[in-house]
Design a binder for this molecule. Structure first.
Ligand code: AMP
Ligand code: MG
Length: 320
């Protein structure tokens, strides 16, 4: 049963316990989970039925909290000053000491951060005291919800609670702006018009058409076939690892593998999703150090999160 809550403190208690709680922002209802809890983040993808791991936006009660997870520059400071709280998401380099789960950022070195303009959401975020990762609170491929009733239709029975926050005022997702490179690149148009951003920081690059395929300026990761792939080549559907291979295991692993990382001995998909990016990073670094030739990956069968895991592994294995 999904509960309908009216007290942000009750919602905060659930989030701190690793449960999922949907909450209203001025844009749309978000499906929130503790961004530092990798099981909770995996559960977000599972509840949405997302076929791949898009990086999630982390929500904060104020700019100081947001900038404690990412490195800000003068442009980010000026934009935060002008538009936060509000429907602008900034993609910035992740701080090396950030404790946000790798899965929340889809394994990237950047994080998307935002301070929403909704008093109940801000009360919730203050009470939680950790970053809250939240994509829109709908099933994958469906329309974003702007009332608690929509959320219950979409996710009732799949999440712990919805915090009532009325009807969303903007009803349109946040503008996503990438400041992690030299320039400023619009990744998604949204609640803050691009012209308003340009009035603060000057020209903003618009990527090529979203359906035009991979382009060097288009950094929204879900759209790139191979993004942040490990340095070592990846071999999929391996039943065992050769002497020059590191093994990414799922379920009972063949004996005798040298370097290996177990995603989930029991074959638990949520555990595997939570450990995926850490596993790839570990095998890549340690395998390279030992002079191994590639990473062999055991099959991850099944639906739901398994599909998202296979999607990410296929990207990691895609030719570069
Ligand atoms: P949603 O989860 O539906 O609110 O969508 C979040 C949007 O932000 C997606 O378009 C993501 O690709 C984008 N996004 C989130 N984090 C990053 C990041 N680190 N780099 C680039 N784009 C991001
Ligand atoms: Mg969405």
């Amino acid at each position: 049963m999904t509960r309908l809550l009216h007290d942000p403190r009750e919602a905060a208690t659930l989030l701190r316990a690793g449960e999922l709680v949907a909450f209203a922002t001025e844009t749309v209802y978000g499906l929130g989970g503790d961004a530092r809890n990798d099981r909770a983040v995996a559960a977000i993808f599972e509840a949405k039925g997302r076929p791949h791991f898009n990086p999630l936006i982390c929500h904060f009660p104020d700019a100081d909290a947001a900038f404690s997870e990412v490195r800000r520059d003068e442009r980010a400071r000026a934009l935060a000053e002008a538009f936060w709280p509000g429907p602008l998401t900034l993609v910035l380099p992740r701080r090396t000491d950030s404790r946000v789960a790798l899965l929340a950022g889809a394994g990237l070195d950047t994080l998307a951060v935002r301070v929403p303009a909704h008093s109940i959401a801000l009360d919730l975020l203050k009470a939680v005291g950790t970053p809250v990762a939240a994509p829109s609170a709908n099933r994958s491929g469906r329309v974003s919800p702007t009332t608690s009733a929509h959320v219950l239709e979409e996710l009732g029975g799949r999440i712990a609670a919805v915090l009532e926050g009325g009807k969303c005022a903007v009803g349109l997702e946040s503008t996503v702006l990438d400041l992690s490179g030299g320039g400023a690149v619009l990744l998604r148009p949204g609640g803050v018009p691009t012209e308003a951003i340009e009035a603060v920081i000057g020209p903003v690059g618009r990527p090529l058409k979203l359906d035009a395929g991979p382009s060097p300026t288009l950094r929204s990761p879900g759209l790139l076939l191979s993004h942040y792939a490990p340095g070592l080549p990846v071999r999929l559907d391996a039943s065992e690892a050769g002497p020059d291979e590191a093994l990414l295991a799922f379920g009972p692993a063949p004996s005798g593998a040298g370097l290996s990382f177990q995603l989930s001995e029991a074959g638990d998909l949520r555990e595997a999703a939570a450990r995926l990016f850490a596993g790839l990073r570990f095998l890549d670094a340690e395998g390279s150090r030992r002079g191994l030739a590639r990473i062999a990956v055991m099959p991850v069968p099944g639906e739901g999160l398994a599909e998202a895991i296979r999607d990410r592994l296929a990207r990691a294995a895609a030719p570069r």
